[in-house]
Write a protein that binds this ligand. Structure first.
Ligand SMILES: *Cc1c(COP(=O)(O)O)cnc(C)c1O
Length: 234
């Protein structure tokens, strides 16, 4: 994709964020754009950086490690948004800034161990399965409290909020109830804010449904296709 296009696409996404915020009386500063660069080459990421984008999301642990090491730009914040495999946590816990997709307490324990060895702190979001689809990741809403309780005592992983993925549908209005559910869980679990748990972020909304997600309270949107174009895989 040409340089101009990525810069232009980023501008139009920022405009969509602004308009969605205006439509519901929110401050656009409250919504962070995470550019999902999965499957895309480093040149595309560098073009986005040129245009001022500094938050990037990847969904494969090894790819993320490789891109971080190759690009080596300390101004970039890297977000891991994909399925976690325990034996690969070392690839990311030593260097990423955010992990959006923690769905089990045992992953937090491993991140704590690995980030601790590297003497750093990783921000985590607990992914909740809001679409009730088997193939989507995330804990059950009923498991959230137990995970948050365990997270309170960690030092190298801080739970900063929740993440969810809605069903893929043509009309984003159809998934408004899924975003509402995540916001309700976010509100009803504020009582677990203690120690390393401080729920203040809601990561929800992608290319097709970001406006609805913002209206329902998203503070991070994860957008790939609308910035970098269609993907061939991933
Ligand atoms: C790929 C991906 C996105 C971005 O999806 P687009 O529809 O391309 O914007 C967001 N979140 C997660 C978890 C993803 O895997």
């Amino acid at each position: 994709m040409s340089e101009q296009n990525i810069a232009k696409n980023l501008k139009s996404i920022q405009q969509r964020i602004k308009e969605a915020c205006e439509s519901c009386g929110r401050d656009p500063e409250e919504v962070l754009l995470v550019a999902v660069s999965k499957t895309k080459p480093n040149e595309d990421i560098l073009e986005a950086v040129q245009a001022g984008q500094l938050h990037f999301g990847e969904n494969r642990m090894k790819d993320l490690e490789d891109k971080m090491l190759e690009i080596a730009n300390p101004d970039i914040s890297w977000h891991f948004i994909g399925n976690i495999q325990t034996n690969k946590i070392k690839y990311i816990a030593e260097r990423v800034n955010w992990i959006h997709s923690v769905e089990k307490a045992k992953y937090l324990k491993e991140i704590e161990k690995r980030a601790g060895k590297a003497n750093r702190v990783v921000n985590a979001l607990i992914q909740v399965n809001i679409s009730d689809e088997q193939q989507k990741g995330g804990c059950k809403p009923g498991d959230l409290a137990g995970i948050l309780e365990k997270a309170q005592n960690y030092e190298h992983v801080k739970v900063k909020g929740l993440m969810g993925m809605a069903r893929f549908v043509d009309d984003p209005e159809e998934v408004r109830s899924e975003f509402k559910l995540l916001k309700e869980l976010f509100d009803s679990h504020q009582e677990y804010n203690k120690g390393s748990v401080e729920l203040k972020h809601l990561s929800m909304g992608m290319t097709n449904d970001m406006e609805v997600a913002i209206e329902e309270g998203a503070t991070m949107v994860r957008v790939g296709t609308a910035i970098f174009g269609e993907r061939n895989y991933g």
